[in-house]
Structure formats: structure tokens, C-alpha cells
Write a protein that binds this ligand. Sequence first.
Ligand code: ATP
Ligand code: MG
Ligand code: MG
Ligand code: MG
Length: 469
Amino acid sequence: MPTTNDIRAAFLDYFAANGHQIVPSSSLVPRNDPTLLFTNAGMVQFKNVFTGQETRPYSRATTAQKVVRAGGKHNDLDNVGYTARHHTFFEMMGNFSFGDYFKAEAIEFAWTLITRDFGLKPERLLATVYAEDEEAAGLWRKITGLSDDRIIRIATADNFWRMGDTGPCGPCSEIFYDHGPDVPGGPPGSPDEDGDRFVEIWNLVFMQFFEDPPGVRAPLPRPSIDTGMGLERFAAILQGKRDNYDTDTMRALILASADATGQDPDGPFRASHRVVADHLRSTSFLIADGVLPSKDGRGYVLRRIMRRAMRHLHMMGTKETVFHKLVPTLVRQMGAAYPELVQAEGLIRETMRGEEERFKAMLERGLALLEDETGRLGDGQPLPGDVAFKLYDTFGFPLDLTQDALRGTSHAVDVEGFDRAMQMQRARARAAWAGSGDTATETVWFEARDTFGATEFLGYTTEQTEAEI
Ligand code: ATP
Ligand code: MG
Ligand code: MG
Ligand code: MG
């Protein structure tokens, strides 16, 4: 049975043997793109090559790219722990053609790799095409022999990719694997497509047009290819599993979580172990790429991920700080492919320990408050926004942590009420300052406050604030 490390290597070798340059993963913090929170696809490091602003000494490339999808356009955070196929951190394998080959070769490369080299059975596979892309439908039929009912036409934006409002764009094909009728879920394009039965493994983007101004498209003289394959989803299939979290790497992390907490990996805390295993990877890789937990921007997304993992560890009954104890297992699993993990191991562990130490007391008291408040609610009644806001402001609970904590209960957070409470506090803070006459100070104060968030700057309005968030 191939390990995840074997599969990554086989993918890169295959494309290298077919004339592709193996290019290292870029950082999770995108360079030259302040609008993007985290690198969320393999093509991110090649954006300027696709637009023609930059040239490289090769026209074909292949990568294993570190990716985080926990905010912005692609946000899979809420799925993690609860579906078989979503992570916040995952590896996206890709092959790229910069004005070199196009649709026919891209389809042929992918099909040959998965059916010939990796031995997937064609009767388990389906392909989608953009509804207007007859050319792609014809190529799938001709190259792969897939019957017409296994080539599914999709008319939505899922199968039409664009880089932004302007720039390169074009139709996509997605390759799906059918895990079989005993897994719930329908084929792509059907009403119950959101299950784990038909899993998207590989997305081929055909960059065929250039759009500028918005709405006006011209064919590109030298069209390009961008593909992304989910390594964990693919490893699950090759290892005979239906669930990404049962692959070698993810299972090792789950067992480390079970070991550190003393809780059965497949018992009542199954979802918690999965959240912890996933968040261990996103946390460690983000810190290795220089992101540290903080009050805003990337650092706040990292903090949300860390605190969420810590809540799950806490629920499993841990008294000491434990998150950092899982890092060596991750380094053993992935350190050879990503040496930055080995290099940053000490920093990762210290950052986790510090954050957990600071958060643990607040977490305990906040959860007690939450329990108390939900105990007073009738069945199905939402948690009032001001309670969620108090948890946020006084106890350092990111909103999504509270929402995650209420998962599986009949209560949801009144998000509008939460936003109102936030606005009201801002207004109160402004009013408290009005009349000081020192407008310059005021402006600076409010700018800082809006940048850094309420807690630190409003310590005087609440009797007990978070020690240091
Ligand atoms: P899905 O529809 O399943 O959310 P997607 O269409 O958003 O996937 P792409 O943007 O096409 O995903 O990314 C390329 C590939 O990366 C997908 O075909 C899939 O194999 C993998 N992938 C996407 N999101 C995740 C995730 N959250 N966790 C693990 N693998 C993922
Ligand atoms: Mg998605
Ligand atoms: Mg998709
Ligand atoms: Mg896709």
C-alpha cells in the first residue's frame, strides 16, 4: 500500500518524466498578493506567469503545494471534522502548462496517471465539463472511453474558473471518484452532491480566454493549463479508505491526539480528534511560514484555528497544555517533504504552548458561562448575540468557536445580535472619548482600536478582560 509520501513522489516523478519542472511549494503567505489571505491553490505562485507579466525558463511545471482554506473565498473550516474529505490545510498536487500543451494533453496526462500508473478502475470515475465546453466533452469521450452518462455537464461557476474580475479564465473539468452506493451522496450536479460518495479528486482548468474589461472575452493565443489534485483524497482511495482521515498521515496524527488525551480515537470524541489532527497541520505549517497568532488578519485566522483545536482538546479532559505535544508526530510524518517544519519545530511548540497557557483559564470559564446560558434557553432558541459577544470580548472566544461549540445542540448564535453588540460597544467607546477635545489622539486611538480589535483597548469597560490575547 503506497504511503502518502510515496504518492506525492510518484506524482511529481510522473510529470517530471513528461517534461515538467518540479518546482517547490511556495509559502502559505502569498508573496505579491496582499489581497489573498493564504495560498489556496497550486497556481497562486504562477499567477504572473499565466498573465504574461513574468516568464520562466520552463513552460511545464509540477508542484506539491501547501494550501490553507480557512477564510476568504475558499473557507472549509466549518466542514473540518465533520466530512470525510475536507481539511483546512492540505496538499494540492498540480501540473501546469504555460502556453504549452492544452486540453487534450491535460486530460490524457491525468487519465493515464490515475488509471494506468495508480490503477483506479474507470468504472469508478466520472468527469464534469462546463456545459458549453463541447470540445472537452468530446475529448473525454475519445481519450478515456468514458460513456456519455459519466461525462456530466455543469452550467454553474463551479466549472468556469476565473482569476479575478479580469484576466485569464476558462472552463474546467473535475474528475470524481465514486466510493460506492453505501456512502451517502449523489453525483456532481445532483441535489445531494454534497455527500462523501462522489469525491472530487482532480480539477483541470483550461485557461482559454482573457477577459478585460469585465464581460469581454477574447481567446488566448496560447492557452494554458492549471490543475489541482487533492493529495489526501487521492491517498484515501489508493489506501482503500473512504475517508481522508483514515490515511496513513492523518491517522498517525489522530492516534497522537488519542494518546495525548487518553480518549479512544474512534469513540465519542472521534470528530474532536479529527479537528485536532487537521488544525495541528494548519497551525504548524502557518507558524513555519512566519504567521503568529494575533488580533487581526492572518494572525487572527491562525488564532481561531488554534483556539478551536484547544477547545476540542479541553473537552477531551486534558488539564495540561497538550497541543504542542503532537508536533513531533507531524514532523515525523511530513518533515522529510517539508524541511521547514523540522527547522521551525521549536518555534511551533513554543507558540502553541504560550497560546494554550494564556487561553486555558478563559476557555474554562467561558465554557461554563456558555453552558449556563444555553441551559436557560428553550429548545431551538438562539444564543443571544450579547452573550456570544461577551464570550468574544471577555473570554477570547472567536465567534466560530462558539458556533462550533453549539454544533449538535438545537441552538445557533444570533449572529446579527452579535454584530449589533460589537457595533454598540464601538459606539460606546467613541462616546466615552467624545469631548476630550483631543481629536488627534482620538483618531489614532480609534484607528488602532479598529485595527487591533476591542479587547485590549477596552479593558477598562469590562471588569475582567482576557489577560493577553
Ligand atoms: P470541493 O468542491 O470538494 O470543495 P473544490 O472544487 O473547492 O473542491 P478545487 O479548488 O478545485 O477544490 O481544488 C483542487 C482539488 O483540491 C480538489 O479537486 C480536491 O481534490 C482538493 N481539495 C479542495 N478542497 C479541499 C479541502 N478542503 N481538503 C482537502 N482537499 C481539498
Ligand atoms: Mg471547495
Ligand atoms: Mg468542486
Ligand atoms: Mg474543483
